[in-house]
Design a protein around this ligand. Sequence first.
Ligand code: PLP
Length: 294
Amino acid sequence: MKRDDQTGLASGGNKTRKLEYLMADAIGKGCTSIITIGAQQSNHCRQTAAACAVYGLDCHLVFRGEEPAEFTGNLLLCKMLGAKLYFAGMQNPDNYAETLAQDLDKNGVETYLIPVGGSNIVGMLGYMDAVQELMMQQQVLKIQFDYIFFASCSGGTQAGLMVGQRMYDLKAKLMPVSIKKAESGNPPIEEIALNLCNEFVSHQSQMKPFCPADAEVVKGYDTPGYGVVTGNEKKALHKLATGEGILLDPVYTARAFIAMIDFIENGLISKDSQVLFWHTGGLPANFHYGNQLY
Ligand SMILES: *Cc1c(COP(=O)(O)O)cnc(C)c1O
């Protein structure tokens, strides 16, 4: 298991690697305020709030939906980390954030807008580095992974790993598990990841474009809907918590983990395979779901 749940920023997660580059870009451009967007249990928003606290920047977080009566899980931590919270209500959160940025700019504040999940060609650089790190760890541990399972949602982690795989010649097959099913307004994850890779490649004359087959994802585990906890997620949480003392999260990593278990138990990958589970974090969401989890 690769423990990106231990990366720091107010309880860890994969957004730390993206924020390493996004915060540097913001500070390099002289920005003093960060704006980003997410669901109310967004780990990305919580980690962005923590990163802003570290660098002394103002953090503005735009959430989908109405303000809840009580702040729990990630949302509670966002508040505690000193971020300014906004609830877009019926409005499209992207438009809300755009208007907020314009208002702040008018008042002379230099703002830096981070997209959902920190998934753009700056954020994904963090996961290219992560592949280089993994290559070194494979060498030290004298192990070569055949499969890497991880949760894929806004695409930056997957895209970074895809480009990194090529850059560092990682042999393992990437197994991105789709977390949020395609619906009107959110295109399929493989399309998002592919577009991010090719946007990156367009700035990199020596790299060939990626094709749809490169961006294939594991599907079928996303059908209950985003953030919906079923017996599958509960089974994954329970299995790893009681078996290893390691906590997954109900939204992302439990879904990716159950997919991996299915592939192993049903013989979809051969018995002698070396399998890596890339734990992408999400711990605080457990405290929001509470007794739905056992
Ligand atoms: C954001 C997130 C993911 C998905 O990463 P993307 O880069 O958005 O695809 C996976 N797991 C956790 C815990 C996350 O917070």
